[in-house]
Write a protein of this length. Structure first.
Length: 154
């Protein structure tokens, strides 16, 4: 790791993980954060991976950021006026998209589910179920000894 990279990581350490992740969770983009600090993606992600468990905390901050973007979308929609409705719609759509990428709870796209069932599959399943039940079945019956005693005639 070069001298410049170490300086950038030191910058992040001085600001502190809690402060950085709070900024991200409140809706500040990572791009804005690192550009404001005069560093690149590589230095930031080196810092994220430098400490055990930090990556998970970073991902939690991103997930929380999804809530911030969703809230901002609602606020933008509620504050739209006739003069800015087109711009507001674009902002809302963008914030909804970002929220859905950061937090799956906001992903409102319809999900397709394809199910294919063939008659052969159904017959095989039914046969297996019948065989399983036949193995378990207990036949209730009353038994009578029908052996003949010696010397008795029918």
């Amino acid at each position: 790791m070069g001298k410049i990279m170490r300086e950038r990581i030191k910058q992040l350490d001085e600001l502190g993980e809690e402060e950085l992740f709070e900024r991200i969770a409140s809706g500040m983009t990572v791009k804005s954060l690192i550009l404001g600090m005069g560093m690149g993606w590589r230095a930031f992600y080196k810092w994220v991976d430098a400490e055990e468990g930090r990556r998970g905390r970073y991902e939690d901050a991103l997930k929380q950021a999804g809530h911030a973007y969703a809230a901002r979308a609602v606020e933008t929609a509620q504050n739209a006026t006739n003069e800015n409705v087109a711009v507001a719609r674009l902002q809302v759509d963008t914030d909804k998209w970002i929220a859905s990428k950061l937090n799956a709870a906001y992903d409102v796209r319809q999900k397709e589910v394809n199910v294919t069932v063939t008659i052969e599959d159904l017959h095989a399943q039914a046969a297996a179920m019948i065989a399983e039940q036949a193995e378990r079945a207990v036949i209730d019956a009353v038994y009578e000894d029908v052996t003949e005693a010696d010397g008795e005639e029918e």
